[in-house]
Design a protein. Structure first.
Length: 136
């Protein structure tokens, strides 16, 4: 069974890359404590992981992207459709998706994408901080 662990992006990004325009992997771009803990947990447990970006859609751990500043509140309906398509297309190769809702940080945009993917038949399970603490 092919599984992937996924969480959403954050506004905290390494400002160094805003100035250079360099494309980097998500573990270098996103600096929020919640994302860094998620990445560390996944790496320690040999889980394949990705980030759901409000600009790029699904960003796998080996993908390279540029620094950006796009708050989820600015996502248009056209953007939403593109992000949902990215979610469904890029994750369709996995039997199970575990989505990590970071406490107090999950924007309704990401919840909407998850719910729409589930409605289209994707198996997306919630993954919580408690799950991480149990080592699941």
């Amino acid at each position: 069974m092919k599984k992937i662990y996924l969480t959403h992006c954050s506004k905290e990004k390494d400002p160094e890359f805003a100035l250079t325009g360099e494309k980097v992997t998500p573990d270098r771009l996103y600096t929020s404590e919640g994302i860094q803990q998620f990445i560390k947990y996944c790496n320690e447990h040999s889980h394949y992981w990705a980030i759901l970006s409000d600009r790029y859609g699904v960003v796998f751990r080996d993908d390279h992207i540029k620094w950006y500043n796009q708050p989820p509140d600015t996502v248009t309906e056209e953007d939403y459709e593109r992000l949902l398509q990215s979610f469904i297309t890029r994750l369709s190769f996995f039997d199970e998706v575990y989505f990590y809702h970071r406490p107090g940080e999950t924007h309704p945009l990401f919840v909407r994408i998850i719910e729409a993917a589930r409605a289209q038949g994707m198996k997306v399970s919630d993954f919580t901080q408690a799950s991480m603490q149990k080592g699941e």
